[in-house]
Design a protein around this ligand. Structure first.
Ligand code: ATP
Length: 257
């Protein structure tokens, strides 16, 4: 049996006349963490929205465990076992932490397991445990990100899509959250698709990576190789001087494959 959980084939998505992604093919293997990297506007969020059904594709396929799921409604896609943590967290601000987590478990009938999973979320994110009866809107940005991940976990997804969880967080907090994401992946068997601009942090936890540029896959490979790539180092890994050179080189390159 194939160990491919999710696959996209030649996906094309438009906003009106604007082609946001053009021909993206990627593979996410069961049990892995795959990161999708790219600069602002590269098409990362559009790709994730296309996978989770928030926007429709014009061409191509999204296969989940071999079944075609492109252009299905988001709730139907979620029912396949795909939990999407969108960019900007989007917790319910006027609900408590506990209520947010219970919303994540909506539709589950295994009440004992739900109670255990809530405690598991608090074990992963002790900061949330202390605030379980507090309004989510009063949490810090980092805590809201933890809650958004915890809420997605409560749906017991086979695949968790995380869209830029590091946005606005300190490097230390980003590392902490990424370590928990890795633990959820390894300990709970949740496959993870991680969108990031923070290539360094993402490649530290991911098994495999794709780099998008202008709506296409510009580069892909095991994280251990990408992290050593001169182009990735120069463009993404925060070397100020090299970064300028890297950006010029990046722009000059016509094709990456
Ligand atoms: P960011 O890191 O800034 O979120 P991204 O890599 O996720 O960027 P997308 O948000 O997917 O990129 O955007 C891809 C392209 O689609 C960009 O050119 C963007 O301007 C365009 N785009 C995104 N959302 C819309 C929209 N709602 N309407 C029109 N164009 C859009």
């Amino acid at each position: 049996m194939s160990d491919i959980l999710l696959e996209t084939r030649n996906l094309e998505t438009f906003y009106g006349p604007i082609m946001a992604i053009s021909g993206i093919s990627l593979v996410v293997r069961e049990g892995s963490i795959v990161t999708v990297l790219g600069a602002n506007g590269a098409g990362k969020t559009t790709l994730m929205k296309t996978i989770s059904g928030a926007v429709d594709c014009k061409k191509g396929k999204v296969l989940f465990r071999g079944a075609e799921i492109q252009n299905l409604a988001p709730d139907v896609v979620a029912g396949f076992g795909i939990g999407h943590v969108p960019e900007g967290r989007e917790v319910f601000p006027f609900m408590t932490v506990m209520e947010n987590l219970r919303v994540g478990a909506w539709g589950r009938k295994d009440h004992d397991a739900v109670a255990r999973d809530i405690e598991q979320v608090f074990a992963y994110f002790p900061d949330l445990s202390a605030k379980r009866e507090g309004m989510a809107g009063f949490l810090s940005g980092g805590q809201q990100q933890m809650l958004a991940i915890g809420r997605a976990f409560m749906g017991r997804p086979a695949l968790m899509i995380l869209d830029e969880p590091s946005l606005g967080l300190s490097p230390l907090l980003t590392r902490t959250i990424f370590q928990i994401v890795r633990r959820i992946n390894r300990e709970q068997g949740v496959t993870v698709l991680l969108v990031e601009q923070n290539a360094n942090a993402a490649l530290q936890v991911a098994d495999h990576g794709y780099v998008l540029e202008l709506g296409r896959v510009a580069m892909e490979g095991p994280s251990s190789e990408l992290i050593e790539s001169e182009d990735i180092k120069e463009f993404y890994l925060g070397k100020a001087e090299a970064g300028v050179r890297g950006e010029k080189r990046w722009k000059k390159r016509k094709t990456w494959r």
